[in-house]
Design a protein around this ligand. Structure first.
Ligand code: AFD
Ligand code: MN
Ligand code: MN
Length: 430
């Protein structure tokens, strides 16, 4: 019988913290009421906030140099679903998972759907993988996939994406995320125009295979593994490609996929304006595609992104329905702890963005009151909204302090004995 963190364990954890929480919550409620904000309305919104867990995130990641596996890592998609269920049970903020194929491919897709359902989890976007060669694969992706010079390789990559759509349909997903590693490492290696032409032609075939109620998310990335040129390098290329493909194609923003000084929140605002924001791969970074935990390096930037989202939601921007997904690589932490804390940090940024006085901000902007406008944002960003997040979790049956509750349960030790090292570890990204 697999170990689970029971509802009783969570309740007894909460019993120890609920009196202090009630005190902090009512104090914050009074503070917010003075600003005309009803705390209960904020809690209701936080309760409806959800972010998807990437199945590849629950295994230990790695770097170009090494991967140091952790004990009790998931060995299969079913173990991964179990860990995702644990994250959701404690945080109540991660009701969906985003699978990656063929990593998560199983013969019986219904079993996968049922396993997730048993954990109370649904499926967000499915991800294709044409950035690695799989055992037994006919043609190699060493020199690209959807933009490859060889039609045979492009066809193989298209067929894989179509298979991902079919798998996603069986799982109840409604979107396909396509990230390709295609690009070049040497000036002159690739014809920059033709590579994009080939990509667009291949993507059009994938687009044609989308069910009516599906979307395809195009994920851009500045560099890595192609260090000289990347076919879908930036939001401009992504936007142009999505526009050419049609209304079901949108642009996915991975927070780690831009040049260091790029203004990501402005990109988000642009994509909202043009009805092309697919959603996010959340993570944080200091240098490049670091895939660090959300909110761990630049929480203010994360808040500014959510501020754009809150503003769009507030004015009911047409076509605005972004998908929220985490995309991180956990190299030195317990992935479950990192993912729980990341979900909390995303909720925090979201909650802070709800506290912005939109009318006061707009008035300051209209009056060209630069500092006044800035202070409206700072007032929201510096508010300690932890009691709101904890209250939302408690009301949904989650843990007031997810990491503390998780550590006290000894979940990882239980999984270490339940999941003996088999030599095959279905872990994260190297
Ligand atoms: C990449 C991208 C993309 C992809 C993942 C796979 O962020 O989301 O699915 O890593 O390893 O950098
Ligand atoms: Mn990503
Ligand atoms: Mn990435």
């Amino acid at each position: 019988m697999a170990f689970r963190i029971s509802a009783e364990v969570i309740q007894s954890h909460n019993a120890k913290h609920s009196a202090a929480l009630a005190e902090d919550y009512s104090a914050l409620g009074r503070t917010l009421a003075r600003r005309g904000i009803e705390i209960e309305a904020v809690v209701r919104k936080v309760i409806s906030f959800g972010v998807a867990i990437p199945t590849w995130g629950v295994g230990t990641g790695g770097t170009r140099f090494a991967r140091f596996p952790g004990a009790g890592e998931p060995r299969s998609i079913f173990d991964k679903i179990e860990d995702c269920g644990t994250i959701h049970a404690l945080t109540r903020a991660t009701p969906t998972i985003s699978p990656h194929f063929p990593w998560d491919k199983v013969a019986d897709v219904t079993a996968l759907r049922e396993a997730a359902g048993a954990e109370g989890l649904g499926f967000d976007a499915v991800n294709s993988n044409t950035f690695q060669d799989q055992a037994g694969q006919k043609l190699s992706y060493k020199f690209g996939s959807l933009s490859h010079t060889s039609k045979g390789v492009r066809d193989q990559a298209v067929a894989h994406n179509l298979e991902c759509i079919a798998l996603g349909q069986a799982l109840g997903s409604k979107a396909l995320t396509v990230w390709i590693a295609d690009g070049s490492n040497f000036a002159g290696q690739s014809n920059l125009s033709q590579a994009l032409d080939r990509y667009l032609e291949a993507m059009a075939e994938i687009y044609a295979g989308l069910p009516d109620d599906w979307q395809v998310y195009l994920e851009h990335k500045l560099y890595e593994p192609a260090y000289y040129s990347t076919v879908i390098a930036d939001w401009g290329t992504s936007f142009a490609a999505a526009s050419e493909l049609g209304p079901k194609a949108k642009c996915l923003v991975d927070l780690g996929h831009h040049a260091p000084s790029v203004n990501i929140e402005q990109i988000v605002a642009r994509l909202i304006r043009f009805r092309k924001l697919a959603g996010f791969h959340f993570n944080d970074s200091k240098y490049g595609d670091d895939d660090l935990d959300s909110g761990s390096v630049e929480p203010f930037r994360l808040f500014l992104v959510f501020n754009e989202l809150a503003e769009a939601a507030d004015r009911k921007a047409v076509g605005f329905a972004p998908s929220y997904m985490i995309d991180q690589s956990h190299n030195v932490t317990d992935p479950i702890e990192s993912l729980m804390q990341s979900a909390v940090e995303l909720q925090r940024a979201y909650t802070q963005s709800l506290l912005v006085d939109r009318a006061a901000l707009a008035a300051a902007q209209e009056a060209n009151d630069a500092l006044g406008a800035h202070l409206e944002l700072k007032r929201a960003f510096t508010a300690d909204v932890a009691p709101i997040l904890a209250m939302a979790r408690q009301r949904m049956g989650g843990a007031i302090d997810p990491v503390q509750c998780y550590r006290a349960s000894n979940y990882r030790n239980h999984k270490t004995s339940e999941r003996p090292v088999s030599g095959v570890v279905a872990a994260g990204i190297v």
